[in-house]
Ligand binder design. Structure first.
Ligand code: HEC
Ligand code: HEC
Ligand code: HEC
Ligand code: HEC
Ligand code: HEC
Length: 357
């Protein structure tokens, strides 16, 4: 009898000897999300323990936007114009959304927010064959390796009551509709990096919008002048690198595509186009008001390259043209159109000059 057959017999004996009960279906683990969380113990000291043992991952997290989700000047400034418990729920999930305790709020999206959404066992996406066992209970769920780990925070609707709910962020459905639905968010956003002891561990830096090199790899731009008074910019998203629209996430992010004729005698005013979710106010004039989506022309995954055409005054046909593609983080609009915007940050992604024809 082979070893495998022996094992089978042993298993059979156990099964026959006992009462036949179906294998228990594992209860799916609670995935991380906004407050209120079912927290066991004190979040700050629990988080301090994770940080103390996992020092390399902790250093990446310390510099991340997850860590700064509540304390960052950008969030604090936005919160002042909309001071809602709703906002604190995601940006400070460890604190009471109504009366946030400063120490707990300052944790932002912490180790415990993602890894201890419920109960006392640390949520892990790894299979049980880890080379080194953890000195703490571990709850394994493959869903934590999928978009589920991010979905409760990275996709949500406006908090106001409206007949048909509308989304403030749609990264998860964009991901599902993309050509990369089988690659998890972590696959791109948590690349494996080498640690001091030689292991390759998922990065917790989560850098995206502040990382010029990373943002520039998302697409390429080619510029041409098919006629003396016409400029064409073609933006080609790299589908294998982006798993959702560009920009995704916060509702007021945008790409600004601009062209300007250079030279003293120019007749054409500089021109700008915005690739973004374009919002309109359902009840204009009433405070920050209710925003509804007018149209969405962000770069989508799976689309042909986007071609933008700009027409120049024929008198400028002989002049060189400077073009630029910039990514902007807008905090608020300060006029009727989209030109008047309070821009709190951004990156110059691509620029160039087209010689005269
Ligand atoms: C006393 C030190 C210590 C503390 C405290 C600690 N860890 Fe760990 N943890 C380890 C060691 C050692 C391992 C196994 C080696 C490894 O994977 O780094 C581990 C493994 C893990 C794993 C992978 C588990 C697996 O087997 O798949 C995760 C996730 C994790 N820890 C997260 C946390 C979080 C979150 C906290 C805080 C709630 C925490 N750890 C607290 C030492 C610690
Ligand atoms: C925004 C959510 C989030 C935060 C915050 C977070 N983690 Fe993780 N962590 C994850 C996810 C998701 C994975 C599993 C990714 C995968 O394997 O697909 C993971 C994996 C790990 C692992 C296993 C790494 C590996 O590749 O084997 C350890 C250890 C860990 N985290 C510790 C921590 C510690 C310590 C902190 C705080 C300093 C922390 N995490 C903060 C989401 C988070
Ligand atoms: C508890 C809620 C929560 C969970 C869970 C969560 N995030 Fe986040 N994430 C946030 C918040 C809030 C921010 C914005 C922080 C800021 O800039 O104020 C953020 C920021 C980010 C950023 C930085 C975006 C930028 O503009 O550069 C990335 C990337 C990111 N998250 C990816 C992930 C991924 C991938 C997962 C799942 C593995 C995940 N997050 C899970 C709440 C969460
Ligand atoms: C195939 C790789 C890939 C996958 C999968 C992916 N992303 Fe990204 N993500 C990127 C790249 C590249 C950027 C930078 C370009 C951009 O902003 O779209 C980015 C940017 C972001 C940003 C910054 C916001 C901004 O301004 O655009 C957030 C937040 C984010 N991703 C969250 C997620 C979440 C959540 C998931 C899973 C539902 C996910 N990503 C899946 C590659 C990926
Ligand atoms: C369900 C979770 C959730 C809620 C509720 C939420 N946010 Fe966020 N917020 C996020 C995530 C996730 C990001 C990261 C997306 C990105 O980087 O584009 C983010 C990004 C931001 C940013 C950009 C931060 C940066 O560093 O660039 C600001 C500002 C912001 N949120 C303000 C608010 C305000 C104000 C509210 C309440 C009206 C709010 N958020 C409600 C999840 C949430």
């Amino acid at each position: 009898m082979t070893r495998a057959a022996l094992r089978c017999t042993a298993l059979l004996l156990v099964a026959c000897g006992g009462v036949a009960t179906p294998a228990p279906t594992p209860t799916p683990a609670t995935m991380p999300g906004p407050a209120p969380l079912q927290r066991v113990g004190d979040a700050a000291s629990r988080n301090g323990e994770c940080v103390a043992c996992h020092d390399e991952i902790a250093a990446q997290w310390q510099d991340s936007l997850h860590r700064a989700a509540y304390t960052s000047p950008d969030f604090q400034s936005a919160l002042r114009s909309e001071p809602l418990p709703f906002c604190r729920g995601c940006h400070a999930p460890e604190a009471d959304p109504r009366r946030p305790e400063p120490e707990l709020a300052a944790l932002g999206v912490a180790c415990v927010s993602c890894h201890l959404p419920q109960g006392d066992a640390v949520l892990s996406a790894r299979p049980a064959d880890a080379p080194r066992a953890a000195p703490h209970p571990v709850l394994r769920d493959p869903a934590f390796a999928a978009a589920d780990a991010c979905a409760n925070c990275h996709e949500f609707t406006f908090p106001d009551r409206r007949p048909v709910p509308e989304y403030m962020q749609t990264t998860v459905r964009e991901h599902r509709a993309s050509t990369q639905p089988d690659r998890s968010c972590a696959d791109c956003h948590m690349p494996r990096v080498a640690t001091n002891d030689g292991a390759a561990v998922r990065s917790h830096a989560f850098s995206a919008s502040r990382d010029l090199a990373w943002m520039r790899e998302a697409f390429t731009v080619t510029a041409q002048r098919p006629a003396p008074d016409r400029v064409e910019l073609s933006l080609d998203l790299h589908e294998d690198r982006v798993g959702h629209a560009f920009p995704t996430g916060d509702l007021l992010r945008r790409l600004v595509v601009s062209v300007a004729v250079t030279g003293v005698a120019r007749r054409t005013a500089p021109q700008r186009r915005y690739l973004a979710r374009h919002w309109k106010h359902a009840r204009p004039g009433k405070g920050p008001g209710v925003r509804t989506l007018d149209h969405d022309d962000r770069l989508g995954v799976g689309e042909d390259p986007r071609v933008l055409t700009f027409t120049l005054d024929p008198a400028d046909a002989a002049l060189p043209v400077e073009w630029r593609v910039r990514y902007e983080r807008v905090e608020a609009f300060v006029g009727p159109g989209e030109d008047g915007a309070r821009v709190v940050g951004g990156l110059d992604l691509f620029e160039g000059t087209l010689p005269s024809e």
